[in-house]
Design a binder for this molecule. Structure first.
Ligand code: DCP
Ligand code: CA
Length: 417
């Protein structure tokens, strides 16, 4: 086996950004409740419950609290911390808004988790200026539009950009100059390499290795002998060599949203409002992707966990919230009339997606007016947040979400821009 990659340096002309939100779950809670800012906050659950820390504020981290730690241990280390159960729909919404901001900068965008993504800005600088300035513009928009801080790493490869964003935390930008990759990584502890987990770290430490530089200086064959194929990957990364491309997520074949209720229900206005809300989310994503659907599917899970799906194929492709909802409601009524049982989960999805090139017949269809209204609402929501505008149909939901002041989604932070 030869290690050709050591002879020819990797392509250092690429400009890859890794963008990662700081203390994500905690920061969303702080946007919703500014009284939590600047305090030790832990999202994961009450300290007397089993479970682990999902996200800790930097104030809590100063006491040694970190993600993955049992809540009870976090409480012992930092008893004054505020422990929150968290609310996933809020994080999902913030994540969608975050990805949408990033997609305004380039289509070469690869989401790598709920709060992180890679962007390939190669060739971008001659038109839009230095990548470091673009990074600051991205950070400013995230701050202004969602109220969150992000850290950004800029480098010629994904692995180096990721390590750089970690070093930039919180709220910073770190750029690694082309050709400096190996020198940049060398003094850092081996655990900073993304593919080195606690187990691998132990094995490497057992070999007397503590820094990434020492890893890079090892013969790759020795690493391979002790940790297998991963050893080769780790060696390449330690040398700052990573040719993986930024791969935009494959276009979805279907789009769906579902929700499980805190209590099983047969309350029809509530079920219908939930279905409308879910149809709005599906419709918004469909229009954002510039697609239309020829098939809609309702999903129901009854209290006894029996789960059914009911599908309708359409003669015309649709993308309007109301059109998705109407089909969902019809399927829901039919399902409930054949089995009247409390419902635990409801979901709506669309599939058989086509491009949104509008067909002539659609221009005269009654759904065209809905489409225009949806697009206006989409624009307002993408700028000011999903709750900036509510349809009468979903107002009933406010009573059902277990949050204070009737707020059930991320509010709009300061709008100065
Ligand atoms: N997460 C989780 N359980 C974990 C790790 C993370 O539920 N063991 C969730 C909560 C985090 C989110 O994923 O907020 C993003 O994970 P990160 O590792 O990026 O951690 P944070 O964003 O909280 O902090 P950082 O500022 O270090 O990125
Ligand atoms: Ca993060």
């Amino acid at each position: 086996m030869s290690y050709d990659y050591l002879e020819h340096m990797c392509d250092t002309k690429r400009k890859i950004l890794h963008v990662d939100l700081d203390a994500f779950f905690v920061s969303v809670e702080q946007v919703l409740n500014p009284g939590l800012r600047g305090k030790p906050v832990v999202v994961g659950g009450e300290p007397d419950r089993r479970g682990v820390v999902a996200s800790a504020s930097y104030e809590a981290r100063a006491y040694g609290v970190h993600a993955g730690m049992p809540l009870a241990q976090a409480h012992r280390l930092c008893p004054q911390a505020i422990f929150l159960r968290g609310c996933f729909p809020h994080y999902e919404e913030a994540s969608e808004r975050f990805m949408r901001i990033l997609s305004d900068f380039t289509p070469d965008l690869e989401p790598a988790g709920i709060d992180e993504a890679y962007l390939d800005l190669t060739g971008f600088e001659s038109v839009y200026g230095p990548a470091s300035e673009t990074a600051l513009r991205i950070k400013r928009r995230i701050k202004d539009e969602i109220g969150l801080t992000a850290s950004i790493g800029i480098a010629s490869s994904k692995v180096v950009a990721k390590v750089a964003s970690d070093l930039a935390k919180p709220d910073g930008v770190v750029e690694v100059a082309p050709g400096e990759e190996r020198r940049f990584l060398a003094p850092l502890p081996i655990a900073k390499l993304p593919c080195v987990g606690p187990k691998t770290e132990k094995v490497l430490q057992g070999m007397g290795l503590t820094t990434i530089g020492q890893l890079a200086d090892m013969p790759p064959s020795l690493l391979k002998a002790s940790i297998g194929l991963l050893g080769e990957v780790i060696h390449r990364y330690a040398c700052g060599i990573d040719e993986r491309k930024v791969e935009p997520a494959a276009a979805a074949k279907s789009i769906s949203r579902e929700t499980t209720f805190a209590q099983d229900t047969l309350d029809c206005p509530f079920l219908s409002a939930t279905l409308y809300y879910l149809s709005e989310r599906v419709g918004a994503e469909l229009r954002h992707d510039r697609r239309m659907a020829r098939c809609a599917t309702l999903k129901l899970r009854y209290a006894d966990f029996q789960t059914i799906t009911r599908r309708r194929t359409l003669s015309e492709a649709i993308d309007a919230n109301r059109a998705i909802f109407d089909i969902g409601l019809e399927l829901l009524k039919k399902a409930l009339s054949s089995r009247r049982q409390r419902v635990r989960l409801v979901g709506i999805g669309v599939s058989s997606l086509v491009g949104d090139g509008r067909q002539l017949s659609l221009l005269h269809s009654p759904t065209q007016g809905w489409g225009r209204l949806d697009r206006v609402i989409d624009r307002i929501r993408s700028k000011y947040g999903f709750t900036a505008i509510q349809r009468g149909r979903t107002l009933v939901l406010k009573d059902f979400f277990p949050l204070e002041k009737g707020e059930y989604l991320l509010p709009t932070p300061a709008l100065s821009r």
